[in-house]
Design a protein around this ligand. Structure first.
Ligand SMILES: [Zn+2]
Length: 248
């Protein structure tokens, strides 16, 4: 007698999970599409490559957008986050505030630094290339990130930020050659992409566990409680060599 009720409950639960996943997926993908459209309008000397999966020292790394231009190579990480976003260059987490609810987000600067290294390594035959890291936050109402050494911007200033670079350092031929090299290295293989996603998830779990146990995920040092200008936080004992910090 209870069986139909149980089946209906299970189906309803599955439906909720499915809708949640579709929503999450389409939101991130829509953000990347919006950024890609903006980047397509930079001009004829700019070569845009979306969604690269290229090898690095730890396997593969996925990069949302790379723009190869005579003025430098722009490595762009897109985050589709609404609400107010606050954070720091070296903090492990940023905070998203939607009304009064607060959510922790992994600092995308760390992620983008890995991308920059992968691009530099992929293009090492061209010497030390000028790779400019940019984190663009789509959808947020307010962005307050203290990052003196990394560009973190909202969508409306993306084009202006890239156009700030106007000193020619590469010829169009060199740009085409570099773009070709990146495209050749990039993989569309579904299995390889899925494997990468699983690795990233596992890495996040390990990082969180280390912080919870007072271990610095960046250098293996000890995390200790410190008092800063903006309150208490956990900092690495290997400071200033390691600048990792985490919220209490
Ligand atoms: Zn450390």
């Amino acid at each position: 007698m209870f069986l139909p009720v149980i089946i209906v409950c299970i189906l309803a639960l599955l439906l909720v999970l499915l809708v949640k996943n579709i929503k999450w997926f389409s939101r991130g993908a829509a953000g990347e599409r919006t950024v890609s459209e903006k980047l397509q309008n930079l001009g004829e000397h700019y070569i845009l490559i979306d969604d690269l999966l290229i090898p690095n020292a730890h396997g593969d790394t996925q990069i949302d957008h790379v723009v190869v231009s005579p003025f430098g190579i722009f490595v762009i990480e897109t985050k589709c986050w609404s609400g107010w976003i606050t954070g720091g260059e070296n903090s492990s987490q940023w905070t998203q505030t939607i009304y009064k609810e607060k959510y922790e987000k992994p600092n995308p600067i760390f992620q983008n630094k890995v991308h920059v290294e992968a691009v530099k390594s992929a293009l090492k035959q061209y010497g030390e290339v000028l790779a400019v890291p940019i984190v663009v936050v789509v959808d947020c109402e307010r962005l307050k990130v203290n990052a003196p050494n990394h560009t973190v911007i909202m969508l409306y200033s993306l084009k202006e930020e890239i156009l700030k670079y106007h000193k020619i350092i590469y010829t169009d031929e060199q740009c085409e050659s570099m773009a070709l090299r990146l495209r050749e290295l990039s993989s569309d293989d579904k299995e390889r992409r899925e494997e990468h996603i699983q690795k990233v998830r596992a890495y996040q779990v390990v990082t969180q566990a280390k912080v919870k146990n007072g271990i610095c995920p960046r250098c293996g040092g000890e995390l200790v409680l410190r008092n800063g200008r903006y309150g208490r936080f956990y900092g690495c004992t290997n400071y200033p060599i390691c600048k990792f910090i985490s919220k209490t």
